[in-house]
Design a protein around this ligand. Structure first.
Ligand SMILES: [Zn+2]
Ligand SMILES: [Zn+2]
Length: 349
């Protein structure tokens, strides 16, 4: 990693710590890997990463911590943000023993088993670099563990498999040649798939494969031609996207994130709802959550007119109330477990 890939505290605008403790024996442990939390962050633009790190620090310092809790933070664009740094005790690992013996590196990703932010090659490379630095400059021992190895937590989510497979061991080969596991979203590769003329690109194959997995009849040949365009148009229509036959960022992402709906007969009653996200959508005040977009998108597919913008406001509440009345649910304007479930399982009438 070149120096320009390390973002110092001054560069990201850190607040000064309230207190610094050097009470750490990392040689008796090593490095614990974390992620930010249970909701996907969906950061595509690196310009947003510094402000996220500042907000993490503010949350920690406004709570019980002397500083941002982590030693370093890594973003999916391959940058490392300096947290407490070398030789400083962390507050992130959950127990006194774990904070005695482990540094903490945190990925700026999140999610749960149903939706994880994509784990990019740049992110895994940045974490490997952090581990190497904490060993050579910070005296860390050989262990690389997940937060959940130290205390009861789901952290670090999707990254735990990488911890277990040794992916964060410095010096292991970078992993671009490894295809992502089937069904795992990969970030939009930046090429618009369109026709005519035929777009030939590896990402056309990835998209075709994913559409096939969703149940569309489409060849997987890496050439985006007439048939691919027709599938794209039908998909965009079904999902309430801009219907232009071009796979751009929004249509690409929807191929992984939009709920799979039934074929043309419109009977979706056999579909399973995605797990309820555990957050009540209420208004007022606004509820902002990635799962709001999932619900709004689903309601659009059912024929309701509302924006899928991830913000549960007055229009979403109106739709919710009307839907609850129509389906004989408690009409309280709140999307809780029963209303969430019915958005997938109640018959479209
Ligand atoms: Zn953690
Ligand atoms: Zn970034």
């Amino acid at each position: 990693m070149t120096a320009s890939r390390l973002i110092t505290r001054a560069a990201w605008g850190a607040r000064a710590p309230k207190k610094v403790s050097h009470d750490i024996r990392p040689g008796d442990g090593g490095v614990a890997v974390h992620h930010i939390g249970g909701s996907p962050l969906a950061i595509t633009d690196h310009a947003q990463c510094s402000s996220l790190v500042r907000s993490v620090q503010n949350t920690h310092m406004n709570g019980e911590y002397d500083d941002i809790a982590y030693s370093f933070l890594a973003c999916s664009h391959g940058y490392l943000f300096e947290g407490r740094g070398y030789g400083v005790r962390t507050g992130a690992n959950g127990t006194t023993d774990a904070n005695d013996r482990f540094y903490a590196v945190c990925a700026l990703t999140g999610g749960t088993s149903s939706t994880y932010d994509p784990i990019t090659t740049d992110l895994t490379e940045a974490i490997r670099t952090a581990v190497a630095g904490m060993r050579s400059l910070g005296g860390a021992g050989a262990a690389v563990v997940g937060h959940r190895d130290l205390t009861a937590t789901e952290c670090p989510g999707a990254l735990y498999a990488y911890v277990r497979s040794g992916r964060f061991e410095p010096g292991t080969a970078p992993d671009p040649q490894d295809p992502p596991p089937p069904g795992q979203e990969i970030p939009w590769p930046g090429v618009l798939l369109q026709y005519p003329p035929v777009t030939v690109h590896w990402s056309a194959r990835t998209w075709q494969q994913q559409m096939r997995t969703r149940g569309w009849t489409i060849g997987v040949d890496g050439a985006y031609g007439e048939r691919s365009r027709r599938v794209c148009l039908a998909f965009q229509q079904e999902k309430g996207l801009t219907v232009d036959g071009v796979v751009g960022p929004e249509t690409w992402q929807a191929a992984w994130r939009a709920p799979v709906t039934a074929p043309a007969d419109g009977d979706t009653s056999h579909l399973d709802a995605p797990p309820w996200p555990g957050v009540l959508f209420t208004y007022p005040p606004f509820t902002r959550h990635p799962a709001v977009t999932t619900w709004q998108t689903r309601m659009r597919v059912r024929g309701w007119s509302l924006d899928a913008d991830g913000v549960y406001g007055s229009r979403s509440r109106e739709v919710c109330l009307a839907f609850q009345k129509e389906k004989g649910l408690t009409a309280d304007g709140i999307v809780g477990p029963a209303t969430w479930q019915a958005a997938w399982t109640a018959r479209i009438t």
